[in-house]
Design a protein around this ligand. Structure first.
Ligand code: F6P
Length: 320
């Protein structure tokens, strides 16, 4: 394979630029040509494609977001959209495609695979909700951003003897809430993968109060319910001077951490190696600190992401 394309799709994640850089540099180093596709699958269908040279990815490794831009493009789920995309790839002579993104982006790569077009997926999402990899690009940076907010909120919570419900993103996965809850010493972590009882939550808050504890932090994954709804339900069990803080898109931005830059660089280099060997229909991952390539059909159809629930139990023991 001599000419490959690259796009970023779905929600952006810190470290995507580092992955684009790695793909571009490694491919050029190995004598290949690289084409960047703007705005994900939407740009692919529209033919918004340009050649990437070594200098085009300079000064990008430290930048958040994605300089190839991103988009949510449900139209690519249709046969018509997919065939238009392949037509553009053929027009530019692009023989293989690297897709950086989350679950939705992988479905786009899967569709190309089913049409016999070689695509390799790189997991990039703050949600960490992709199977066949322990971590996705962007997760580490996002956890650190959330943690910074938790530490700040704890200050004001203590000053006012308040309970804070901090809603964090993650779509249907609780990883972001779980990891930041443990790191931030949260009193409660509420995630979709574990049930909870509001009466018990209120009892733990009250027990803490009775012992003279000033602050209470509850980290809530958006996949469970909204922060305001949670606070309303909690109110039925007592007045804990509750405030709600929704971190929203804040953890999606910012300069990527060391771990995310290194992970992105490794994934990018590996994806190029696979395409160079004419291997498509795969997605890369890091399992037990080793690079792996998994079948993309299997990853999407049979793989199920599981958060590390030992963290949940540990937090229960550490925060009471
Ligand atoms: O998948 C990444 C993510 O940030 C989720 O955590 C969140 O639910 C969703 O994207 C938000 O999507 P949008 O940026 O389109 O509002």
């Amino acid at each position: 394979m001599k000419r490959i394309g690259i796009l970023t799709s779905g929600g952006d994640a810190p470290g995507m630029n580092a992955a684009i850089r790695a793909v571009t540099r490694k491919a050029i180093y190995n004598g290949m040509e690289v084409y960047g596709i703007n705005y994900g699958f939407a740009g692919l269908v529209a033919g918004d494609i340009r050649r990437l040279e070594i200098a085009d990815v300079g000064d990008t490794i430290q930048r958040g977001g994605t300089f190839l831009y991103s988009a949510r493009y449900p139209e690519f789920a249709t046969e018509e959209g997919q065939l238009k995309g392949i037509e553009q790839l053929n027009k530019f002579g692009i023989e293989g495609l690297v897709v950086i993104g989350g679950d939705g982006s992988y479905h786009g790569a899967l569709a190309l695979t089913r049409h016999g077009y070689p695509a390799v997926g790189i997991p990039g999402t703050i949600d960490n909700d992709i199977s066949n990899t322990d971590f996705t690009i962007g997760f580490d940076t996002a956890t650190n951003t959330v943690l910074d907010s938790l530490d700040r909120i704890r200050d004001t919570a203590t000053s006012h003897v308040r309970t804070f419900v901090i809603e964090v993103m993650g779509r249907d996965a609780g990883d972001l809430a779980l990891w930041t809850g443990v790191a931030g010493g949260a009193d409660e972590i509420i995630i979709p993968e574990h049930d909870f009882d509001m009466k018990n939550v209120s009892k733990r808050i009250q027990d803490g109060r009775d012992r003279g504890k000033k602050h209470c932090l509850i980290v809530l994954a958006e996949g469970v319910m909204g922060g305001s709804e949670f606070a309303e339900q909690l109110k039925e069990y007592g007045d804990f001077h509750t405030r709600v803080s929704i971190l929203g898109h804040v953890p999606r931005g910012g300069s990527p951490s060391v771990r995310d830059r290194v992970l992105a660089s490794k994934f990018g280099g590996y994806a190029v190696e696979l395409l160079q060997e004419n291997k498509g229909g795969l997605c890369v991952g890091m399992v037990d600190n080793k690079l792996v390539a998994s079948d993309i059909v299997d990853t999407l159809e049979n793989g199920k992401h599981h958060p590390d629930l030992t963290l949940y139990d540990l937090n229960h023991e550490l925060s009471f």
